[in-house]
Design a protein around this ligand. Structure first.
Ligand code: ADP
Length: 227
């Protein structure tokens, strides 16, 4: 019956949401665990630098815990927000807001424009940006001076958003695979992020591309029609 169908659609939507939340929460757990494990291994109470090291470790732990807490906050506010398919929004403002969640000083936001209006669902745009930036952050932990640039611009009748990092890069072998569901090179990755990003972007008649150089970095670029 119609009622049954509506219920199963709702259940499906919740299942998707739960999967997404689990994906987002699991990511910061890996560095968190690694930090604790390495602390356990290296802890030496007789080390004259121990206070400094303890401070560094707790700073890292607190940052990662904050990240998780921010993700949880972001999701609970999504839950309050009814998803409007064809909402009109200011892309510049929403991208800027999405970046605030991360609170990292090596993430830079670049735009010449104050307002780019597009018909997009706000929750989905935030989800796209969050996933690309999270991947960029996960690509740079070994880099001495990590740098992530997020650019928003108008290009003809399209909006162009790019996320550039100076991280590990993507090998030629993996180029074709990164959008496949479940493809991951991370020990606790789910491989669901980029596939979801691609689905959302293509749903809005947009495209996603990337250029990458191993050991140098990666630039993901999405384009979709302006209003
Ligand atoms: P996950 O992050 O869970 O692995 P994704 O679908 O978001 O899932 O990404 C799939 C794979 O694509 C990652 O495991 C990684 O190998 C690669 N990848 C994505 N973004 C980047 C990036 N900015 N730099 C390097 N590799 C990336």
């Amino acid at each position: 019956s119609a009622v049954k169908l509506a219920r199963s659609e709702r259940e499906q939507a919740w299942r998707e949401m739960a999967k997404q939340v689990a994906h987002e929460i699991k990511n910061p757990l890996t560095p968190l665990k690694l930090t604790v494990q390495s602390f356990e291994r290296k802890f030496n109470p007789n080390d004259p630098d121990i206070q400094k090291k303890v401070n560094e470790f707790s700073k890292t732990l607190i940052q990662q815990i904050d990240t998780m807490s921010n993700i949880a906050t972001a999701f609970s506010s999504f839950a309050d927000m009814p998803a409007q398919q064809n909402e009109t929004l200011n892309v510049v403002k929403v991208v800027k807001l999405a970046l605030e969640i991360f609170n990292e000083d090596y993430i830079h936001f670049i735009t010449d424009e104050e307002e780019i209006i597009a018909k997009l669902d706000r929750t989905q745009l935030i989800r796209v940006i969050t996933n690309l930036v999270k991947n960029a952050i996960q690509a740079v932990p070994e880099v001495e001076s990590p740098r992530i640039l997020v650019t928003v611009a108008t290009e003809g009748s399209q909006v162009k958003i790019s996320v550039a990092d100076n991280g590990v890069g993507i090998s030629d072998e993996n180029r074709e695979k990164v959008f496949e569901p479940k493809f991951t090179t991370k020990s606790s990755g789910t491989g669901l992020g980029l596939g979801m990003v691609k689905n959302i972007v293509e749903n809005y008649g947009g495209t996603i591309n990337f250029t990458s150089k191993l050991g140098k970095g990666t630039v993901f670029t999405i384009r979709f029609p302006k209003e």
